[in-house]
Write a protein that binds this ligand. Structure first.
Ligand code: F6R
Length: 244
């Protein structure tokens, strides 16, 4: 695992954007696995800048997002499809038909998840999967559990995740209680993984996930077994990592 510690959020965002930009420049038809949340906002803004500066084109890029709330249609302002359009897709030259997000509007959870997993596999997998880190160690919406879920599945969100995500809704009652998410197996199949985390509030979980025991109670800890993981942190998020 390659851990890169940056001075602040801006440097973390630029460093992570460089890793994605370099891949897109080297392999213009690459497949990116994308994440939503607050952490990647800065790096998406940097990718938009790179595109506007003529450094990269997304026209041949395919994308698969990690997750989507169950019960929200793609035009809902809190849907992850809407988030991706606003923060990246509508601002670059990507072909929207090549962008994939689980279909939260499909009430048939088994069908929605099976279709998404099949689409990723039919496509040949993901070259680089971007991940944020939940305060409880979740990746995608794979919450702490007794076992690692393999494929795309429907999950019940924990109280802590619902509370954390309620900041983006008018009230906590509006936060969906379930989501469709790539499984841990889906995430681990990506050729490369890029994790971003910033802020003091992530310091404890960063240390536990990347330097503690591998356990489904800290889902991100499984990444210690992936052969190609880069973790980009700001100093605050890295502050509880062991020093050599
Ligand atoms: C988002 C996702 C989540 C977030 C995580 C961190 O698609 O799958 O795992 O990455 O909850 O969220 P932020 O970045 O808002 O702290």
């Amino acid at each position: 695992m390659n851990v890169i510690v940056c001075t602040d959020y801006a440097e973390m965002s630029r460093k992570a954007a460089d890793i994605i930009s370099d891949l897109v420049a080297a392999k213009p038809d690459c497949t990116l696995g994308l994440a939503t949340g607050s952490t990647p906002l800065g790096l998406y803004a940097e990718l938009v800048k790179d595109h506007r500066a003529g450094k990269i084109s997304f026209k041949d890029v395919d994308t698969f997002n990690l997750d989507e709330y169950r019960g929200l249609d793609p035009d809902h302002v809190q849907s992850y499809r809407y988030f991706m359009r606003t923060n990246l897709f509508d601002q670059v030259d990507i072909d929207q038909s090549r962008t994939h997000v689980p279909d939260g509007s499909n009430p048939d959870a088994d069908a929605a998840c099976a279709e998404y997993e099949a689409a990723i596999n039919a496509h040949g997998g993901v070259d680089l999967q971007l991940l944020g880190l939940g305060h409880n160690g979740h990746i995608g919406f794979n919450e702490p559990s007794d076992c690692f879920a393999s494929a795309t599945n429907c999950v019940d969100l924990t109280e802590s995740t619902i509370t954390a995500n309620s900041r983006l809704f008018d009230s906590i009652d509006q936060v969906p209680t379930q989501a469709y998410t790539m499984g841990i197996g889906t995430i681990m199949s990506a050729k490369k993984i890029l994790v971003v985390a910033n802020g003091q509030d992530k310091a404890d979980i960063v240390a536990r996930a990347f330097f503690g025991p591998v356990t489904p109670q800290v889902p991100a800890s499984i990444l210690q077994f992936h052969p190609d993981v880069t973790v980009v942190l700001d100093q605050a998020a890295a502050s509880q990592c062991p020093t050599e």
